[in-house]
Design a protein around this ligand. Structure first.
Ligand SMILES: [Zn+2]
Length: 365
């Protein structure tokens, strides 16, 4: 009979582990306990290892214990590998769970990588499509450009026919008179800004003054086609007034009174002249302080007389305007309730003031 120490010596299994094994297999496992040969054999089989150890076991059965002990070092079995300590069941379950989680995560990473690769491929395809489109545009431009570049200017075309300088201009005029329609239909314009100053203007002298003042190249036209008046007396005089105020540097106009419809038309026309800053005072009652403030912010104060604004309501403006030497005062003639009448009065007042300032007699219109 051997003890756990004998088993330890032969197998290298720690004594505590041997006792545990013995207890687990129902063979006691107390310290110093003698192990019956059958149990010893089972233990050695379970912790069997190298064959020579089994041979040793076979010898043990026939030789006295002392001899076996003596021989044991001679047999020199390779150092026995202690069995891995038994893994408790709970830990095994936990490890299984972890392994499963790791496996799931690896799968997830794999599918994300695949997705990512797909997206990258899509993006690359979109970039390629954009590059292709740009290339197509460049090719189309390259194909079109030489055609434009090889077109001669009108001057060059006339020059090749012996018409140069002044003669070319006369030639163009002659051509326009003879073949105007064909030229209009056949000539393409590369830069249209040169055409911007050409305007149809009616024969009324006021419209011609506005056209000249604005630097238009006048093409004679019927009333409603006129770029200045469109056939309206109110519009004509409003634009004439706008030109006068712009020239005089008096762009801030305060209008007091006036019939509602006339005020509305005045306001509408003022929106077409962004250079002007027009303020209209209607029927609302205004005190002296407010009137003075409004007059101070104006270059010209125009009164629409014999209108809906009562004498009492317009008086604060008259007082304020008379006390302010920097403003020009204009008033519509009695019965002149329309836009044209007031605009004309403004033109005359500003002209008179300018003439006075220059020391010249008033330009009688
Ligand atoms: Zn006109």
């Amino acid at each position: 009979m051997v003890t756990e120490f004998d088993l330890h010596e032969r197998t290298g299994v720690p004594v505590a582990a041997i006792r545990q094994w013995l207890r687990q297999h129902g063979f006691g496992g107390r310290a110093g306990q003698r192990v019956p040969p059958a149990v010893e054999r089972r233990f050695l089989e379970a912790h069997g290892g190298p064959g020579d150890q089994r041979e040793l076991l076979a010898e043990r059965t026939t030789r006295p214990l002392t001899e076996v002990r003596r021989m044991a070092p001679v047999a020199a079995p390779p150092p026995p590998t202690p069995e891995a300590p038994a893994v408790p069941e709970r830990m095994t379950v936990a490890m299984d769970d972890s392994a499963r989680r790791v496996r799931d995560l690896l799968q997830r990473i794999g599918s994300l990588e695949a997705e990512n690769a797909e997206l990258r491929a899509d993006r690359e395809a979109a970039r390629q499509a954009a590059r292709d489109a740009r290339q197509e545009v460049r090719e189309a431009q390259a194909a079109a450009a030489p055609v434009v570049e090889t077109l001669p200017t009108l001057g060059e075309a006339l020059g090749r026919r012996g018409l140069k300088g002044r003669q070319a201009v006369d030639g163009l005029r002659t051509l326009a008179e003879a073949h105007g329609e064909a030229l209009l239909a056949g000539l393409a314009v590369q830069d249209a800004t040169i055409l911007d100053s050409v305007r149809p203007v009616c024969a009324v002298i006021t419209c011609r003054e506005v056209a000249e003042g604005r630097g238009y190249l006048v093409v004679p036209a019927g009333g409603t086609a006129c770029h200045v008046c469109k056939g309206s007396d109110n519009r004509r005089w409003f634009r004439r007034m706008a030109l006068q105020l712009t020239r005089a540097g008096r762009r801030r106009l305060l209008v007091v009174g006036g019939a509602a419809d006339s005020r509305a038309e005045f306001d509408r026309l003022a929106r077409e002249e962004p250079d002007l800053k027009v303020h209209l005072v209607g029927e609302d009652r205004v005190d002296g302080t407010r009137a003075r403030a409004l007059v101070r912010g104006a270059d010209v104060v125009a009164f629409w007389v014999s209108t809906e604004l009562s004498h009492a309501d317009s008086q604060p403006f008259k007082d304020a305007a008379r006390q302010d030497p920097t403003v020009v005062i204009a008033a519509s003639p009695p019965g002149g309730r329309g836009v044209a009448a007031l605009a004309r009065a403004v033109v005359e007042a500003v002209e008179t003031q300018a003439a006075k300032a220059a020391g010249l007699p008033r330009d009688v219109r």
